[in-house]
Design a binder for this molecule. Structure first.
Ligand SMILES: *[C@@H]1O[C@H](CO)[C@@H](O)[C@H](O)[C@H]1NC(C)=O
Ligand SMILES: CC(=O)N[C@H]1CO[C@H](CO)[C@@H](O)[C@@H]1O
Length: 288
């Protein structure tokens, strides 16, 4: 068993990941061109996979989604495709409001280094909250949920994609890990209450309980926006340590992903082989 692991990880697999904490505002075209420049910079620094934040081309909020929604393929995803191709990177397109046959989705399109669309992850878990007299935020009033898991292959490792609230559901991360993902990416925009309380904790938890790398990508904080994002985009390793982390400003966060290290962690604490599958299991109800 050990020898098999050795063969798989023999080639010292390391690659650079970049997370772009974009400052998002109301002018879509400006934000797109800004994103383009930052992806280029990340690629120049050696990044092979680049992740944009949730709602990178539109302000976050139910009232904005209908106005900013696009088809995929469409204007913004065309730009992302070109940017991926120009820079020869895998580009995880954060998310944008997507319109399809009269319905709206919060969707993350992923592009390969040839500019091809690899997948669209439509946010599975919609965020509905209603604390009477305090806060009411109902994504499901405007958005429809996606209904499939989203995994893409790269020459380095498989990558699982979730959006924001999806990160709170441990089962999703477990399923991705079971499918062989070694990196999970979550574009997201936690607010100024849930951000400090849970953002890093959830990310470290998903990393630790699956022994995978986890990256989060938030918009930069804009105090003038109607929804104020926490920021703090980061990358966590399979030991649960934060490798790199942004503050609240626009930034690019880099991390070198080391799959040999991941294999070491799994060997030191072999939860994967010591699960009691005879007592419990997590499985997908439907195959994508
Ligand atoms: C952030 O969202 C939570 C619900 O998830 C809510 O209870 C809280 O009031 C919000 N905080 C701010 C600062 O808007
Ligand atoms: C990150 C970025 O460039 N955002 C831009 C989005 O558009 C607004 C409005 O034009 C600009 O002020 C921001 O700089």
């Amino acid at each position: 068993k050990k020898q098999v692991d050795r063969v798989v990880f023999f080639c010292d697999i390391e690659f650079r990941l970049a997370v772009i904490q974009l400052h998002v505002t109301k002018v879509k075209a400006d934000n797109l061109s800004r994103a383009r420049g930052l992806v280029k910079e990340a690629a120049r620094e050696g990044a092979k996979i680049v992740v944009l934040p949730e709602c990178f081309n539109s302000p976050y909020g139910s009232s904005f989604f209908p106005e900013y929604a696009e088809k995929i393929p469409g204007e913004s995803s065309q730009v992302l495709s070109e940017v991926a191709k120009e820079n020869r990177v895998f580009l995880v397109g954060g998310s944008l409001p997507e319109e399809d046959t009269g319905k709206l989705y919060n969707t993350c399109p992923v592009f390969g280094p040839d500019g091809g669309l690899l997948l669209k992850h439509r946010k599975i878990h919609l965020f509905d909250i209603d604390v009477p007299g305090k806060i009411r935020f109902q994504e499901s009033e405007t958005l429809s949920p996606g209904s499939s898991l989203s995994v893409f292959e790269t020459p380095y490792c498989k990558v699982g994609v979730g959006i924001c609230y999806d990160m709170r559901f441990a089962e999703l991360a477990q399923l991705y890990t079971k499918k062989g993902c070694q990196l999970l990416v979550y574009p997201g925009a936690f607010n100024m209450t849930t951000g400090p309380a849970h953002w890093e904790l959830l990310q470290r938890a998903r990393a630790l309980d699956n022994q995978v790398y986890v990256a989060t990508a938030s918009p930069a904080r804009d105090e003038a926006a109607s929804y104020v994002a926490w920021g703090h985009s980061s990358v966590v390793n399979p030991w649960g340590e934060v490798l790199s982390k942004a503050g609240s400003e626009e930034a690019i966060v880099y991390a070198d992903i080391d799959l040999e290290y991941l294999a070491d962690v799994r060997q030191q604490i072999p939860i994967n082989t010591q699960r009691r599958a005879d007592l419990y299991t997590v499985k997908a109800v439907q195959e994508e």
